[in-house]
Write a protein that binds this ligand. Structure first.
Ligand code: GLV
Ligand code: MN
Ligand code: MN
Length: 403
């Protein structure tokens, strides 16, 4: 089978035009935005040209189906509010090239998937989580984004395209190529990461509600300032987590909404995202307890009302041994000793798909370990190396769980 590197890179650059940020190779293509839907429309044409049957499911995940039983390959083309050109897009365009080259070569059969809202505008890997039966659609429809829009309203923008959910029994397994999004491959000069497992995550919103008041006339000792509560919570949390976490544990407050948000008003309400990730489910639970206790104590000490949103998350997931072995063997052939086995600290659709079928992932390096930022990039030689490794692995990947 002969993959076409030039065709693959051209598709990748063409896809970047949808939502191109104007800063470096950055992309602004959040789920269900006009840029996202237009990108999926463009991709539908490329899928049809490759002889694949295009379908959309009710959430807006997009499928390019081969006939009969096939290996499923893909990722997502939605981006973070500020994202790079490769996060997700690489895995979808690589799947397209592999499906196309495999058809030209007369097999094996490869289908392509482009999941919707992997980046979690409405939670955590929304499209694949619903497809995998881990999140009921009617419940997902009530989840809101940071602006207060719910999923039901957002996905209505794709209602004219929606068909039924795709039967997972069509696929023998799932493979996702992704940029690493961390520093390890780039620092070591290695080209390929064969993923052993994907860490677990917990994500929620916390709200402190105090009293909105005048910033000039309200004495400091009489204030119930929601920002001060958030600030104290963050300091106390960092301190208390030291006894619970490992060097691999991460936690982030990435979005803060201060109400009403004016220079001369003591903020009455602070709603913020609270996210944490770890390989160990029990540790994820212990961190949750520390977060809830710390927030409760700060609220009591500072006269705040406190509320927590629903807790969303994904469990840690091991990758399939058979598919992993096929990737490792091909990596050793294409990039001798230029690869490693490694866990994924980022989330991926493969976490959910693993509940339905054998699933595996492969990484290529991220320059400087930067991602979820306009500066995200990867050397084209590494992109091509990734394509060559999966092309070399394809016969074994396709054969791994059939018959
Ligand atoms: C997905 O992009 C993540 O947040 O890891
Ligand atoms: Mn991604
Ligand atoms: Mn991402």
């Amino acid at each position: 089978m002969q993959v076409n590197g030039e065709r693959f890179l051209k598709d990748l650059h063409d896809l970047r035009a949808f939502g191109a940020s104007g800063v470096g190779k950055g992309v602004v293509r959040p789920a269900y935005s006009e840029a996202d839907i237009n990108a999926r429309d463009w991709l539908a044409g490329r899928m049809r040209d490759a002889g694949l049957e295009v379908r959309y499911d009710p959430v807006g995940s997009q499928w390019g189906l081969a006939e009969g039983t096939s290996l499923l390959i893909g990722s997502h083309t939605d981006s973070q509010p500020e994202g790079g050109w490769l996060d997700g897009a690489l895995g979808v365009v690589m799947a397209l090239e592999l499906a196309r080259a495999a058809r030209e070569a007369g097999g094996p059969a490869v289908s392509v998937v482009n999941f919707q809202d992997e980046e979690g505008r409405f939670g955590v890997t929304t499209g694949s989580k619903i497809w995998a039966g881990q999140l009921p659609l009617d419940h997902a429809d009530t989840l809101i984004d940071s602006a207060g829009t719910d999923l039901a309203t957002a996905r209505a923008a794709m209602a004219h395209l929606a068909g039924d959910f795709i039967d997972p029994a069509r696929f023998s397994g799932f493979v996702e190529c992704h940029i690493e999004q961390g520093p390890w491959l780039h620092e070591s000069g290695e080209a390929i990461g064969a993923v052993t497992e994907i860490v677990g995550i917990r994500d929620m919103r916390i709200t402190f509600e105090g009293e909105q008041n005048h910033a000039g006339t309200t004495p400091m000792h009489r204030r119930r300032d929601a920002f001060q509560a958030l600030s104290n919570f963050n300091t106390a949390l960092n301190d208390r987590l030291r006894n619970v976490v490992t060097p691999e544990t991460v936690w982030t407050i990435g979005h803060v909404d201060l109400q009403p948000g004016a220079h001369s008003i003591v903020p009455g309400r602070a709603t913020f995202s609270m996210q944490w990730r770890d390989r160990d489910t029990d540790r994820l639970r212990r961190i949750e307890a520390v977060i809830r206790d710390t927030a409760t104590e700060v609220a009591e000490a500072q006269g705040m009302r406190l509320s927590f949103s629903e807790l969303l998350g994904l469990e840690p997931v091991a990758m399939d041994a058979g598919l992993r072995a096929a990737i490792v063997e091909a990596a050793q052939k294409v990039a001798p000793d230029g690869w490693r086995e490694m866990p994924s600290g980022a989330l991926h659709d493969a976490s959910n798909v693993a509940a339905l079928m054998p699933a595996a992932m492969m990484f290529v390096p991220s320059i400087g370990g930067i991602s979820h930022a306009f500066a995200e990039d990867t050397d084209e030689a590494d992109l091509l190396c990734g394509l060559d490794v999966l092309a070399a692995a394809l016969p074994a990947l396709a054969a791994a769980h059939t018959g």
